[in-house]
Design a protein around this ligand. Sequence first.
Ligand code: HEC
Ligand code: HEC
Ligand code: HEC
Ligand code: HEC
Length: 136
Amino acid sequence: MRRTTIILLVMMGFFISFSAISWTHAQEEELILESKDVFGKKQRPAVVFNHEKHFDVYPDCIECHHIYEYNNGDMENVWEGDEQFCSECHKLKKEDKKMPLMKAFHENCTGCHRKLGKANEKTGPITCGECHIRKK
Ligand code: HEC
Ligand code: HEC
Ligand code: HEC
Ligand code: HEC
């Protein structure tokens, strides 16, 4: 069902705006980011990520989600709303063009927070302890 709907919407050119509206209610509000498959025993407490709060501010899913395809040197993001875990592609060490998982998260999360902070916009945390929160 999902795939046919998506193909139709892409044809209609509405994909991104539609997915933002229709998926907001389908996703878990809070995700605990653990990636146990890659990190195993972790050094820091797992990060709680509020998906919903983020796409209230950033309805454009492809700020974070991607499946890149390469055509004649051009890189295209062909992600279509499928369930996705970053650790499917980003592993403990760099593989091909894919940076290590920790770096992928830090560059995405902290990178955006820092950029918005510099532009004096509403933003999220950039210090370790504000994301990796120790339970009391
Ligand atoms: C600010 C970054 C960010 C934005 C924006 C974002 N996501 Fe995510 N999303 C994530 C992260 C991080 C995960 C968890 C990945 C992991 O655990 O490896 C995730 C997980 C998911 C999952 C799988 C887990 C679940 O809850 O079912 C789906 C599906 C998903 N996102 C869809 C979307 C859609 C649709 C949008 C746009 C409305 C969106 N995401 C916007 C970062 C984001
Ligand atoms: C289907 C495989 C795949 C998944 C899943 C995936 N990535 Fe990537 N990611 C890549 C590839 C390939 C690149 C390298 C693109 C290039 O530069 O050629 C990349 C690049 C990046 C970059 C560098 C900036 C950019 O966008 O090019 C960041 C940051 C990143 N990924 C974070 C994430 C995060 C966070 C998630 C989970 C929400 C995620 N990735 C999920 C394959 C994936
Ligand atoms: C595209 C920009 C962007 C990306 C990418 C992004 N954030 Fe944020 N984040 C924000 C903004 C904007 C806020 C402020 C939201 C608000 O206060 O309503 C925020 C707020 C937060 C907060 C504090 C609010 C809360 O949820 O309690 C946390 C924690 C957070 N982000 C974690 C993360 C993590 C972890 C990732 C990566 C998986 C991430 N963010 C990726 C823009 C981003
Ligand atoms: C904006 C949120 C954010 C900030 C700030 C942040 N991290 Fe992370 N970090 C993450 C996310 C998301 C992951 C991947 C999911 C997880 O393991 O919880 C991660 C993963 C890690 C990992 C690998 C997993 C583990 O626990 O062994 C380490 C180590 C780490 N971070 C250390 C740090 C340190 C040190 C700082 C400060 C310099 C920092 N992080 C700042 C979000 C953040």
